[in-house]
Design a protein around this ligand. Structure first.
Ligand code: C5P
Length: 294
């Protein structure tokens, strides 16, 4: 038996930061959603626990022992082996939760490969011990994030949304952006969205009065983020452009897929060093493990 799992990129449709606690972490509130742009993981039975990484961003990953996928596997069951392969399609340290998505995908996939039948609550507790974004990535669906990010509540599905993701090729350490934070929206400013959003316009009007509080400090350290936002905003059909997480990836919300595709082509042509993808929000079940015969 082999198990494959997609690890979709996470977007913060808004991100409000609140108080800082004694442990250094901040309270936050965020509407997060996941895209069809994803890493891919594959798991096969083995006596030893091994990880092989390939794909366009494999070279930017930390060494195997420290990789979040290894940490997730050991946290799930320290005594079992598996041959794990990761196709790293998503840029690293990019505000897309890529490493967290890989760790969460490992929890979903190995739970099936090892026939552990861990409940969602058990997997969420393990996920929270690995990193602030891993519980969100475990659910890989529209959700409300609170606490330091580890408190997650599933939300109703969002309408279809066409997106362009742009990363200018700078790796952004999250802790550095938090350290440069000056203005905070605070938590409690927004209520989770109600069910029944039908179109992208419903979503855009919901997030109209929100911010990503990390955008200003990230842009102050990495001014190229301002160029990315300007490039997206310049495109016809772009309704809104915003940074995700602590950056540097920004996303544009587009009227529909053809507008997004055209914009991605032009931005990529004008900026050969940038990573540019037209994508859309993932449908339910996009990150569910798929069992294949060996
Ligand atoms: O949990 P994670 O490793 O993703 O966090 C990276 C860094 O981001 C932390 O070391 C901390 O500096 C900052 N952070 C924070 N408040 C949060 C989440 C992360 O200050 N809620």
């Amino acid at each position: 038996m082999r198990v494959t799992v997609r690890a979709p990129a996470k977007l913060n449709l808004f991100l409000h930061i609140g108080e800082q606690h004694a442990d250094g972490f901040h309270d936050l509130e965020s509407l997060a959603a996941f895209t069809e742009e994803a890493d891919l993981l594959e798991f096969a039975p083995s006596d030893e626990l091994t990880l092989r990484a390939q794909g366009p961003f494999a070279g930017a990953l930390p060494g195997v022992p420290d990789n979040l996928v290894m940490r997730a596997a050991r946290a799930l069951d320290g005594n079992r082996g598996a041959e794990m392969a990761l196709c790293k399609n998503l840029p690293v340290a990019a505000g897309l939760g890529g490493g967290s998505a890989d760790a969460a995908a490992a929890l979903r996939g190995l739970n099936v490969l090892w026939k552990l039948d861990r409940t969602d609550a058990e997997l969420l507790a393990i996920a929270a011990s690995i990193g602030s974004d891993v519980p969100a990535c475990l659910l890989s669906r529209p959700l409300w994030m609170a606490g330091r990010g580890e408190q997650v509540a599933a939300l109703p599905e969002l309408p279809p949304v066409a997106l362009v993701l742009v990363n200018p090729g700078v790796a952004v350490p999250t802790s550095r952006v938090f350290a440069a934070l000056n203005a905070r929206s605070g938590t409690g400013r927004m209520a989770p969205p109600a069910a029944g959003m039908k179109t992208v316009w419903d979503l855009v009007s919901y997030i109209a009065d929100t911010d990503n509080d990390l955008e200003a400090p990230a842009e102050a350290i990495y001014p190229v983020i301002g160029e990315v936002l300007a490039a997206l905003e310049h495109e016809p059909g772009c309704i809104q452009a915003q940074m995700s997480g602590s950056g540097a990836t920004c996303f544009g919300i587009f009227q529909d897929g053809p507008w997004a595709g055209g914009a991605a082509g032009r931005i990529a042509a004008d900026h050969p060093g940038w990573w540019v993808r037209a994508t859309r929000l993932a449908a339910p079940g996009f990150g569910a493990p798929l069992v294949l015969a060996a």
